[in-house]
Design a protein around this ligand. Structure first.
Ligand code: AN0
Ligand code: CP
Length: 312
């Protein structure tokens, strides 16, 4: 792997999932990262991604340096060719060149603004990291994708050993509209497995055509849930009315009553989750969300190991 920003950067998803499962069983099998440094740059908050990636790197023998650039760094300018006489104190180009000179692998988390769809979908920040970094870049969630989460989700589904599972991606309520990255990315990865996939959301909350292509969509949440093996819940903004909170008539919160329609389906969510808004306490407490979160560790370890093997 040259970089890890999308499922498209991965040669074989089944092999990467297998590698992650092997590393989960024996996390200390490889010290390929000895004397190597991982840099983690956060423009946005994180609990799981930060800790699991750090832990994964340590298990491979790496050192890790972390920076919350929005809080601790100079104010970054992202536009090319600007006269920097305004707020921006350091250009992203210079920051990336410098950080990447200190590390062997560089991770970055950058959320979308959710105002300008074209700008978010151009992956303005991640693209500049890939362009200016001297070392391989891994996405810790970008404006439109969250591949480390999706890999952990694939590992989690694989651990249940269900042949051709029915997997439902369900929109869920949230007080503040959220990015599409987790949902886009989940579809991108799950499409490459043998799963039957159904997406359900209120009208107007459809994702971009490229992610929904080939996927069954229904606006009836309860119909989607019938006989499902996995319910993956997430709030996201619609692609058309980008960044807008649209009026929704029905109650889309995932409840135990709705889960009872499934084939003893497992509830999945990337976390953090707003309890009794996205899903009820009863659903979350019987779910596999902690298994998913735990699998972030072996997923990150598999990605780092793969990158180090190709960029030793
Ligand atoms: C983020 C999102 O929806 O993309 C991060 C999820 C991993 N969630 C929130 O901002 C609550
Ligand atoms: N699921 C996930 O990426 O969590 P954090 O935002 O806490 O890293």
């Amino acid at each position: 792997m040259q970089k890890f920003t999308s499922a498209d950067d991965v040669e074989s998803i089944p092999l990467l999932v297998e590698e992650a499962l092997q590393l989960k069983a024996d996390p200390n099998q490889s010290k390929i990262g000895h004397h190597k440094t991982l840099g983690l740059v956060f423009f946005n908050p994180s609990l799981r991604t930060r800790l699991s990636t750090q832990k994964a790197a340590y298990s491979l023998g790496m050192n890790v340096i972390v920076m919350n650039v929005s809080q601790d760094g100079w104010k970054i300018e992202f536009e090319d060719g600007t006269i920097m006489d305004g707020e921006g104190q350091e250009h992203i180009k210079d920051a990336v060149k410098v950080i990447s000179s200190y590390v062997h692998v560089l991770g970055v988390r950058t959320f979308p603004g959710l105002y300008n769809r074209e700008e978010d979908y151009s992956e303005k920040v991640l693209r500049q990291f890939v362009e200016h970094s001297e070392v391989p870049v891994i996405s810790l969630e970008s404006a439109t994708l969250h591949p480390l989460q999706s890999l952990a989700d694939m590992v989690t589904i694989e651990e249940h050993h269900i042949k051709k599972p029915k997997v439902v991606l369900s929109w869920a309520p949230h007080p503040k509209i959220l990015p599409q990255a987790v949902a886009n990315s989940f579809l991108q990865w799950i499409k490459k497995t043998d799963a039957e996939i159904v997406m359900t959301c209120p009208e107007g909350y459809e994702l971009a055509e490229s992610f929904m292509e080939g996927i069954e969509i229904t606006y009836h949440q309860q119909r989607a849930f019938e006989k499902a093996d996995f319910i993956y819940a997430k709030n996201w903004s619609g692609y058309q009315q980008y960044g807008k909170q649209l009026p929704v008539k029905e109650d889309w919160t995932i409840t135990e009553e709705k889960m009872a329609l499934t084939n003893q389906g497992k509830f999945m969510h990337c976390l953090p989750i707003r309890r009794n808004v996205v899903a009820t306490d009863g659903v979350i407490d019987q779910s596999i969300v902690y298994q998913q979160a735990k699998n972030r560790e072996c997923a990150a370890q598999a990605v780092l190991k793969n990158i180090l093997e190709h960029h030793g």
